[in-house]
Every structure is written in C-alpha cells, then in structure tokens.
Design a protein around this ligand. Structure first.
Ligand SMILES: [Cu+2]
Length: 99
C-alpha cells in the first residue's frame, strides 16, 4: 500500500467510525471531583445540568485517555467534554477551573 492510499484508507475508517453506526453527541460538563478510581479510570463527579442530557447529580464518569485521568485530583472543580454514545459515555479534554 502506498503512503497516499494508506492515508485515504485511514480517512475512510475515521469517517465511517470503523463501520459502526453509533452516533455520538458531545456536551460541556462542569462539576467537582468527589472521588477517583485509578484502577477503573473512573471519576465520581458532582456535576451541574448537562445540556438536554441530564440534570445535576453526582455520578461516575470514565475518563479517556489515561493521560487526562492522571491530571485529576479529588476536590478539583473541572470543565470537560462529555462524549455520549448509544450505550456508553466518557469525559475527555478536562480543564481544571482555578478556585
Ligand atoms: Cu449525571
């Protein structure tokens, strides 16, 4: 495979989402980290209302990728992007809000 066709293949793969038909929506999340599970890469976050997706509550979110999880500490106020699919969700692009 040439470099060019390799790139084209990759582009098609990205556009089709590896063949899956799953649609994702993204939302902005604001909240406070209540606890962290380093093994499962889960953060329990007391979050504000998230768009039309959910009301304010405290719940667990998977954090992706691991490098984003490493930045987190209990008690931090954060902003992040929530990616919501048909059957799963996770947060990414986490930013710590200065107190
Ligand atoms: Cu929630």
């Amino acid at each position: 495979m040439t470099r060019r066709s390799g790139l084209l293949f990759l582009t098609i793969l990205l556009l089709t989402g590896c063949g899956s038909k799953e649609q994702t929506k993204t939302y902005a999340l604001r909240g406070v980290i209540k606890s962290l599970d380093a093994g499962a890469k889960l953060a329990t976050i007391q979050h504000e209302k998230i768009g039309d997706w959910m009301e304010a509550m405290t719940m667990e979110f998977p954090v992706k990728p691991d490098s984003e999880f490493q930045k987190l500490q209990v008690g931090q106020r954060i902003q992040a992007k929530v990616v919501v699919g048909d059957s799963s969700y996770y947060i990414t692009e986490v930013q710590v809000v200065p107190q």
